[in-house]
Design a protein around this ligand. Structure first.
Ligand code: CA
Ligand code: CA
Length: 585
């Protein structure tokens, strides 16, 4: 190439501009993440905003236009391995970042669906995910995309090239630790939990430097274990200890106490608190661990800067049904206060003051609850139904099986991992609920590293012939179900709502559907070719609104569902992402 002085100046100017422009376009900042709901050109966080409302202000696709929604492109995850696809994609700077089963992540050209790169995590054979080989999504920070793996590691990759920038081990997969949730970014920290509550792990929340993976603080969710802050060399800071021993864990069982933070967390910039749900205390056999078993089956609010627990609200004290409490805590405004809504696995919907954890309202969001009659709004505790707890095996006839009880909801929950949505416009929550029950009994159990630690047997049963799933619009003030859309199979995907007054959700039967947010009337549906067990997203690119959802049947239902699993065993597996826009006609 011929060069002269003016050319050189031009080239160096262009290079400087490209460098400046490139740095600006690529780096995801804290301000951008806090503004994710309003910035309609990107989706930077799981939950479409740290609060997890899954609400978009976009209106191009609305009740009048949604009938013209058609596929723009589709991408197959490929490979021989499929199974459950529970991932929510992220959109930034012309790229879609989407995770898939078996700890895979893809970067796609958001306009064409063309693959830019993929990363397949090398998984050891002995991983122990309880509830399928799923992944629920990634986090974006600066030039990195960060996700967690089934062997309990965190991997940060360069958004442009897919090269691994850092990798950190969270814990020992041989002890039952794994990780499937999307990490949360809050105040410049990467917040993650752990999975493994069925193996007697100890749940915790960790904060790391998202650029390097260095641990900043760690807070266990089983009282008795201590939390720590760390300096830059990874040493525990002397006065950075949090936690106290607690009488709710008599004996030694707190050492393997569960309370897995397996669904990750949400964050509210107005309170400065991160909200993590915690799973069941381990083992399931509750007769071995008298007391409340803090902080299991709770929402725990953590000060993001210090890792201190500011408040907790326990939805199922002394959980004996594997109700977990991991469901997402979604903050919203009600009666002039900042509240959080939570549709718990135990069948009750809770409205809690996001600043101090005080219970404001609690009501059922499923039709049949047999373990408690109501929640006492003064004490915040459930009014238990006598004899609804599975019996003590040591008091059974042969000492091997306690009295079996029928209980609703089943342990797969009134709602499980599939996230709900909240519309500030209609002031309603849209909850993917399920109606099912279970026979459950307790058995003797002792802890063994890497072995299932339940001490319980069970069979899940449908309650109705015509439906298990029901998408419900719920008014958090009155506690009323405003409308519902029943579904034959259990709902297992998430929900999104828009200022176009639409509610989008997927079904195991393979449909992505759009309903009228005010009435529940079905306005549009599309068959994706496999079951949808993932939450949809929407964004705008060059003035065009897009909707995307991942398709691929699997998750906990086919593995744990008992009689329900038999009902849905005709559904086919898959693994793809679909993107839609309005046709011009
Ligand atoms: Ca955004
Ligand atoms: Ca559990």
């Amino acid at each position: 190439m011929k060069t002269n002085k003016s050319n050189l100046i031009r080239w160096s100017l262009l290079a400087a501009l490209a460098a400046a422009g490139g740095a600006q376009a690529v780096g995801v900042t804290d301000a951008m993440i806090e503004g994710d709901v309003k910035s309609v050109n990107d989706v930077l966080s799981w939950g479409m905003g740290q609060q997890g409302q899954r609400f978009s202000p976009l209106t191009q696709i609305n009740a009048k236009t949604v009938s013209r929604l058609v596929p723009a492109w589709s991408f197959s995850f490929g490979g021989e391995k499929q199974r459950g696809q529970e991932s929510q994609p992220l959109i930034h700077d012309g790229r879609m970042f989407v995770t898939a089963s078996y700890s895979r992540i893809y970067a796609l050209d958001v306009k064409t669906g063309q693959k830019l790169w993929k990363y397949e995590h090398r998984l050891p054979e002995a991983i122990m995910p309880c509830c399928d080989v799923v992944n629920r999504g990634a986090a974006l920070y600066d030039n990195l995309v960060i996700f967690a793996t089934l062997d309990a590691q965190l991997v940060a990759l360069d958004q442009k090239t897919g090269e691994v920038v850092w990798k950190e081990k969270i814990d020992d997969y041989k002890a039952g630790y794994s990780n499937t949730a999307a990490p949360l970014i809050a105040k410049g920290l990467l917040l993650t939990g752990v999975s493994g509550g069925e193996f007697g792990i100890v749940g915790r929340v960790e904060a790391r430097n998202p650029r390097t993976g260095e641990l900043v603080w760690m807070r266990p969710m089983v009282e008795g274990h201590m939390g720590y802050k760390y300096d830059k060399d990874g040493k525990q800071i002397e006065n950075g200890i949090t936690g106290t021993t607690n009488k709710t864990w008599p004996g030694e069982l707190w050492k393997t106490g569960g309370a897995a933070t397996w669904l990750g967390g949400t964050y509210d910039p107005t309170t400065g608190l991160a909200y993590f749900g915690t799973g069941n205390p381990a083992p399931w056999n509750s007769h071995l661990r008298p007391g409340d078993n803090l902080y299991s089956s709770s929402t725990v609010a953590l000060d993001v800067e210090t890792g201190q627990i500011k408040w907790h609200y326990q939805t199922t004290p002394h959980d004996g049904w594997d109700f977990d409490g991991v469901n997402e805590f979604v903050t919203f405004d009600m009666n002039g206060k900042r509240m959080g809504g939570k549709a718990d696995r135990n069948g009750f919907f809770y409205v809690v003051d996001a600043k101090n954890g005080k219970l404001e309202n609690a009501f059922p969001f499923v039709r049949k609850i047999t373990w408690a009659t109501s929640i006492d709004l003064k004490t915040g505790r459930p009014n238990y139904v006598q004899n609804s707890r599975p019996g003590d095996p040591t008091k059974g006839a042969d000492g091997k099986k306690g009295e079996s009880v029928f209980n609703a909801p089943s342990f797969l929950g009134g709602k499980n991992q599939m996230p709900m949505a909240y519309s500030p416009k209609t002031q309603m929550f849209y909850v993917p609920a399920n109606e099912w029950g279970m026979e459950i009994w307790n058995e003797p159990i002792s802890y063994k590293k890497g072995a299932a630690y339940l001490g319980a047997g069970f069979t899940i049963k449908p309650l109705h012939d015509d439906y298990i799933g029901a998408l419900r619009a719920i008014d958090p003030k009155s506690g009323k179900i405003v409308w519902e859309a029943k579904n034959n199979a259990p709902l297992w995907g998430g929900v999104m709502t828009t200022a176009g007054d639409l509610v989008f959700y997927g079904t195991p039967e393979g449909f992505l559907k759009a309903l009228d947010a005010k009435t529940g009337k079905e306005l549009w549906k599309f068959q994706t070719g496999s079951g949808v067990v993932a939450p949809p997203i929407t964004w705008q690119e060059n003035g065009t609104q897009y909707v995307a959802v991942v398709s691929g049947w699997g998750g906990a239902v086919p593995l744990w569902g008992g009689e329900v699993a038999k009902r849905v065993n005709f559904l086919e597996q898959g693994g793809s992402v679909w993107v839609f826009k309005l046709s011009s006609i």
